[in-house]
Design a protein around this ligand. Structure first.
Ligand SMILES: [Fe+2]
Ligand SMILES: [Fe+2]
Length: 290
């Protein structure tokens, strides 16, 4: 049976993995890399106490009208801007596609909108309205998209697709019909033992456990959904049949769509992930002092 409770090995896991230490200084992002001829990855890894690392990716689609997908974490601000500038002049960006308004996706949004005056912000309406409660968002730069809506970005069409799993009601992933890639927001993410650039560098067991654990932890509602109903939302992705999956929280994956869908299909009926409680936190803190 699929095991989703990766925190079950909290203390044991710490023995074999890098112990949790609060971030006292900015940890540089990983080096950007080209995943395909027209897609650049801006990767970072966020340490998750007792479990490993959560990849946090943004992407640049080098379309005729270049697109930045998500804007990284605020704690990596300087490094993120450097990474972005190493793959494209921000003034050339025509679009910033925000998959949702969670902090690990919006961290550098304002900075980027200033550095990219020619870019429009493609996002779900509720995301824009919610962000407007923190500060002004120039509505004449915004482009509202619902699932199923598309924009043309020169040489390709990008279609908003709500992924089967989402931790935020403003979530819109996107399908790029030229590269046949699905940018899946938080869906298909995994907490992994150590940072890697390729999905092929992950052991099958670590991938399966990490993806199932993340799916459960980040989407506790999935355990309230009947497996056959959840399967129909997986089938939507099956019909799109993306050749590549670019999750915000997993290294890029080529040719893995069916494997990932089969993994997620088991999650509704699996044991829910349990987040660490105060006792676990105290154990972790004690370990870091040893
Ligand atoms: Fe999220
Ligand atoms: Fe996220």
């Amino acid at each position: 049976m699929l095991k989703t409770c990766f925190f079950y090995c909290l203390v044991d896991g710490l023995k074999g993995r890098e112990a949790y230490k609060p971030r006292k200084e900015v940890i540089p992002m990983d080096k950007p890399f080209q995943a395909t001829v027209d897609i650049e990855v801006l990767p970072a890894h966020f340490p998750v106490p007792g479990a490993g690392f959560l990849p946090v990716n943004a992407f640049v689609i080098k379309a005729q009208e270049p697109v930045l997908v998500d804007t990284g974490m605020g704690i990596d601000s300087e490094e993120f801007m450097k990474a972005l500038k190493s793959v494209i002049d921000p003034r050339d960006l025509k679009w910033v596609w925000l998959t949702h308004d969670d902090a690990d996706h919006t961290g550098n949004l304002q900075r980027i909108l200033e550095a990219a005056p020619n870019a429009r912000l493609a996002a779900y309406s509720l995301a824009v309205l919610r962000m407007s409660t923190a500060g002004p968002v120039a509505m004449d730069r915004v482009y509202w998209l619902n699932p199923g809506d598309s924009i043309r970005v020169g040489d390709r069409k990008l279609t908003a697709v709500r992924p089967p799993l989402f931790d935020n009601p403003t979530t819109i992933g996107l399908y790029d019909d030229k590269s046949e890639a699905f940018f899946s927001a938080d869906c298909f993410g995994a907490i992994i033992p150590s940072p890697v650039r390729s999905i092929n560098d992950l052991a099958e067991g670590d991938l399966a456990q990490g993806m199932a654990g993340w799916a459960s932890l980040d989407n506790p509602w999935v355990h309230m959904v009947k497996s056959d109903e959840f399967s129909s939302s997986l089938d939507k992705i099956r019909r799109i049949d993306p050749k590549m999956i670019f999750s915000a929280h997993l290294p890029p994956a080529t040719g893995k769509t069916e494997q990932f869908l089969e993994l997620l299909a088991q999650v509704p009926s699996a044991t829910p992930s349990i987040a660490p409680n105060q006792q676990a936190l105290e154990q972790m803190m004690a370990q870091t002092k040893q």
